[in-house]
Design a protein around this ligand. Structure first.
Ligand code: GTP
Ligand code: SPV
Ligand code: MN
Length: 589
């Protein structure tokens, strides 16, 4: 399919190690993909679902030891440990290549090597980047064909350039003790062994579009971020775009596809989804910050997705979708998960494939990190700008985490460097998106802790530098928290569609349409400026949501100080100063 010598050389090298029986190039045609689906069904790798109710949809059950990203086995391989920094696992590249290629050795024996040429971003556009993933897993091929733009045309665009990201995925024995996801930013190479789960093996996603791309962005003055992109049309205004970084399973897909409550819809509010997980941001010719979504599909959390919480996501999954680790309803061969509706199937198989009765079982039927892989094109609120290779201009950047206490519903940064401080000090309770205990409060700067491909201290400096380059065009920065709880442990804020009420205030601030209250932590809304019309939200609850508890915040600054200390001299002066100023403001309030 190509004469590109760097591509052919890489494939030959990898073939000599993993030893496949044959090589199949993925050309992107529906005919080839359909044949692969058929083969995967025959081998029981995927299950064809009810084609009348869910046309083009399939179910996959992964090995129960392989259901989420494995951060402890995700490694940045750079010549020095300092380049990877204190927040990443590090291996020396030579050691890493020997180790993981040793594990992959002969692992394709009697198997086919699939060669997937793909583009992150609109193929051929100035801001798109090309990758080639080699895999022995048809499930991975089928997912990549949804999540990225795959096919022969990508090789044509690449021509004889060697500017592309190399990827090898070897399923091996799905042995969790030998599972590694290695990144070599200097070599633009990713090697993943012993997993078949999403973020570990769909190499275009977190591995390339965040870890490798963040390293490229540092060198080339742009940003690769774990951010959704949405457009919001308000009555009498042109559509404005915002980016939001929330950690995994903290609400990006939901926010990106928000449906405003009726009172807002009647007034003419409408939200458009440009992306739900990853943004590539660069400074445009006009000096503003522009964002593209480099992906072509949604790899979304299934549990909790319903016609009530997120109809746009649910509708996106009704055709040409792959479901992973959800419940199979045996009555009509469809799927189910916790939170889909109040009517769990009684005659079903759980995510592990064991008989499961939703009415009587005390166990969950779907894995908490079960997912759907759905084409973006299915999304009813997909932005008309999704296919615009220039992307969209960004008016605001929003950070947010899952915080039961301390963090108010919304506040605004005093400046770009204060905004970088807010992003850098983000913490959030851990979720099922990664292996390990859930509900533990962890630092997660810019929601990028598991995804930054270089020293995070340098990453903070890069953010500061981008602000200087943007100057007066820099978007305003905000922080939100949908997850504050009351004494009973229930969420105070209703969330989902109601989040438009906060977004409305954010845009008013961007357009200088409303004054804010100065507080030690930043600008905050006056209570009267959050519109509670027809929300059922009580005034006293809003007060609770907008509370700033000085002693809790001083405690917070202690934790930030401790976290910052790991970066040593790499921590930018600006952030140290911001922390000092925050403490000063809190103490002198
Ligand atoms: P990744 O795909 O892992 O990056 O996750 P994500 O950030 O896209 O999160 P997603 O939108 O899938 O939401 C994850 C979980 O948070 C789901 O269980 C949602 O139901 C829940 N959630 C999302 N938005 C809100 C909200 O506004 N309020 C509350 N209380 N829960 C929410
Ligand atoms: C996340 O965990 O942030 C995801 C899912 O979006 S994964 O692709 O597995 O990273
Ligand atoms: Mn994500």
């Amino acid at each position: 399919m190509t004469k590109n010598s760097s591509v052919l050389k890489f494939i030959e090298e990898m073939k000599s190690i993993v030893n496949p029986k044959d090589v199949v190039w993925i050309d992107g045609s529906e005919k080839q993909l359909e044949a692969l689906r058929k083969t995967a069904c025959e081998k029981n790798e995927i299950i064809k679902l009810n084609q009348e109710k869910l046309p083009g949809c399939y179910l996959r059950r992964t090995n129960p030891n392989d259901v989420a990203r494995t951060e402890s086995r995700t490694i940045i391989c750079t010549p020095t440990k300092e380049e990877a920094g204190p927040t990443n696992n590090w291996w020396e590249p030579k050691y890493a290549y020997e180790k993981v290629l040793g594990i992959a050795k002969n692992s394709y024996e009697n198997k086919t090597m699939y060669v997937i040429p793909y583009s992150m971003g609109i193929p051929g556009s100035t801001f798109a980047k090309i990758g080639i993933e080699l895999t022995d897993s048809i499930y991975t091929v089928l997912n990549m064909a949804i999540m990225t733009r795959v096919g022969k045309n990508i090789l044509d665009i690449l021509g004889d350039s060697d500017d592309w990201v190399r990827g090898l995925h070897a399923t091996c024995d799905v042995d969790e003790e030998k599972r590694y996801v290695c990144h070599f930013p200097q070599d633009k190479t990713i090697i993943s062994v012993n997993s078949e789960y999403g973020g570990n093996v769909l190499l275009g996603k977190k591995c390339f579009a965040l870890r490798i791309a963040s390293y490229m962005g540092k060198k080339e003055n742009w940003l690769a971020e774990h951010m959704l992109i949405l457009g919001i049309k308000r009555p009498g205004c042109e559509t404005k775009y915002v980016c939001a970084a929330f950690p995994s399973a903290c609400g990006k897909t939901n926010f990106a596809m928000l449906i405003p409550p009726e009172i807002y819809r009647k007034k003419g509010y409408k939200v458009w989804c440009v992306g739900d997980d990853i943004s590539w941001l660069r400074i445009g010719k006009d000096g503003r910050l522009w964002a593209i979504n480099p992906e072509n599909g949604f790899f979304g959390v299934a549990p909790g997705t319903s016609m009530k919480s997120n109809p746009n996501a649910l509708i996106s999954t009704q055709k040409n979708t792959i479901f992973t680790n959800v419940v199979q309803n045996l009555d009509d061969n469809t799927v189910w998960w916790e939170g889909l509706d109040k009517n769990p199937p009684e005659n079903a198989l759980d995510w592990k494939g064991n008989p499961w009765n939703g009415k009587t079982s005390s166990e969950k039927g779907a894995h908490p990190n079960s997912r759907f892989t759905a084409p973006t094109k299915n999304c009813p609120c997909l932005s008309p700008e999704f296919d615009n290779p220039e992307g969209v201009p960004i008016s605001a950047i929003i950070f947010g985490g899952r915080r039961a206490h301390t963090m108010p519903l919304v506040y605004e940064a005093l400046s770009w460097s204060h905004g970088v401080f807010i992003g850098s000090s983000l913490s959030s309770e851990s979720t099922a998106a990664s292996t390990g205990k859930t509900g533990v409060l962890k630092h997660n700067p810019m929601a990028m802790m598991p995804f930054c491909g270089y020293n995070m201290g340098d990453y903070f400096s890069h953010w500061i530098k981008m602000g200087k380059m943007l100057g007066k065009n820099a978007p305003k920065i905000f922080n939100v928290n949908w997850f504050k709880t009351n004494e009973k442990g229930d969420f105070i804020w209703p969330g989902y569609g109601e989040n438009i009420r906060v977004l409305d205030w954010i845009l008013d601030r961007c357009e200088n349409k409303t004054k804010a209250k100065s507080t030690p932590i930043g600008y905050m809304p006056h209570e009267r400026d959050i519109n509670l019309e027809e929300s059922g939200i009580k005034k006293e609850d809003l007060s609770k949501l907008l509370e700033v508890d000085t002693s809790a915040w001083l405690n917070e600054t202690e934790k930030i100080k401790e976290f910052y200390s790991i970066f040593k001299e790499k921590l930018p002066r600006e952030l140290q100063d911001e922390l000092k100023s925050l403490i000063f403001r809190l103490k002198n309030n």
